[in-house]
Write a protein that binds this ligand. Sequence first.
Ligand SMILES: [Zn+2]
Length: 245
Amino acid sequence: MIDFHCHLDLYPDPMKVFAEVKRRKVEVLAVTTSPRAYIKTSQHFRGSDNVRVALGFHPELVKQRHFEKDLFFEQMKSVCFLGEIGIDGSRRAMESLSEQIAFFNEVIHKASINNRKVLSIHSRGAVKEVLQTLESNNGNYVPVLHWFTGKIKEAEKAIELGCWFSINPKMCFTETGKKIIKCLPLDRILPETDAPFVQINGAPYMPWDTTVTSYLARENRLEFDYLNSLLHKNLDHIINLVQNN
Ligand SMILES: [Zn+2]
């Protein structure tokens, strides 16, 4: 199984989940929400082939933790995976929107000229702004839009811009989510959970959750194992993109 956007460090007992992830051989992109969290998290999960830790700076923290920006740009030079980065246009983050946009632009600009990186991007309520930033800094990076909630037209635009998508289980339960999933190319998608923030029946999703893979198998009339193997091919592809450059 694959979970390409999970806050592994934020489970109540991260080491227990990590042990289970290793045991089950789940491929996880463990995204972090601040440069300081990245230091701790990458130490915790060191020495694991199937957990990759992404350097992140959650858009909602950018204003409040502005003093960590220099650290972020320093760390950015040596990593292959970034996330969670992006813009949040929801009401509670509105007040820092201009700082978020400026910071995201700087990150994408640097990413476009650095060694190639995979970026797990947050775009809640700000798909238009995120796509504009990607369009004006076209370059050497692989954008993955996590839990995409934009319109179909915006999804099409994102596909044109070379974006990949990580699909959240919640998307499989809403009409808008299902419509989006339908228009995404099968070779540009990966499953995610965004757990532990995202829950089912009062408990967080776990990285080995199969909701997205089962849904995609049903929708495409393919066997679960075959669909799962396609997703693993996608994962190999995206990892090769950053490892062989
Ligand atoms: Zn997240």
